[in-house]
Design a protein around this ligand. Structure first.
Ligand SMILES: [Zn+2]
Length: 253
């Protein structure tokens, strides 16, 4: 049985954000919400409400670009702009910001490739990625302690050492959103709730499907996307049925 799950929810806050906050509150499930600066500007009060309920707001850039397609300065600007918005929301909530947390849009750390597949052996790309990591470090971003994440692929990619936060289990809720909005079928058939629930039952710890693997905890990725509001609750309930106990990671302060 899975011991601990760290719930991370990207692309908040949408119009449905408060419903998610209320559902999670009712189930006593803590979560990190990675917010787009643009969206926080539209719904600062929703951010304040979530903070006061004990949720943590992380930085998910301002306009959600692929960082590998930007200049380093543009990357820094994307991080800085949202950092300032989050700072203000915490001040307005009169709550101390517990940590500076960052997640790259699309998980694109600047290489344009997926961490699950390892990094390209390209000097220029590595320097670019290092430049962003250095910026995060300089500005107080941290990798909090996610206890007992033991997947080899995760460690091989050095994800536990970076100053952004990746994930170990992605629900593929985005693929359902994509199918519903554009009709684009996912190559692996993740077009509906049934298929992504079935994926949760697969047992491939080193293939990013380790929810049934008791020897590693998981950093679980869901989205606060329009169009898939209705599948959020069943996904959470499926995780609870699996025995996942949700915790926040340990921050350095
Ligand atoms: Zn995103």
């Amino acid at each position: 049985m899975k011991q601990v799950g760290y719930l991370t929810i990207d692309d908040a806050p949408s119009a449905d954000f408060l419903n998610k906050v209320k559902l999670l509150t009712s189930k006593e499930i803590p979560a990190l919400f990675f917010c787009r600066g643009q969206y926080l500007e539209e719904r600062p009060d929703d951010g304040i409400y979530a903070i006061k309920k004990g949720f943590v707001l992380g930085n998910h850039s301002y306009s959600h670009p692929r960082f590998s397609e930007l200049s380093l300065n543009e990357c820094f600007q994307e991080i800085k702009q949202t950092d300032e918005i989050i700072d203000k929301i915490y001040r307005d909530a009169e709550v101390t910001r517990p940590a500076k947390l960052f997640r790259f849009p699309y998980g694109d750390k600047g290489s344009g490739t997926d961490a699950e597949l390892g990094w390209p052996d390209d000097k220029e790309k590595k320097l670019f990625m290092r430049g962003i990591q250095n910026y995060l470090k300089k500005h107080g971003y941290e990798q909090p302690i996610f206890e007992n994440i033991s997947y080899k692929w995760y460690k091989n990619a050095g994800l536990h050492l970076d100053l952004d936060i990746y994930w170990t289990y992605y629900t593929f809720d985005c693929a359902v959103a994509e199918y519903r909005s554009t009709g684009t079928e996912h190559p692996l058939g993740y077009n509906n709730l049934r298929s992504i629930l079935a994926r949760m039952d697969e047992d491939e710890p080193e293939g990013c499907r380790g929810l049934n693997y008791s020897r590693s905890n998981d950093i679980i990725l869901l989205h606060d996307y329009p169009g898939i509001e209705a599948i959020f609750k069943p996904l959470i309930e499926a995780l609870l049925t699996k025995g996942v106990y949700f915790k926040l990671p340990i921050f350095s302060i």
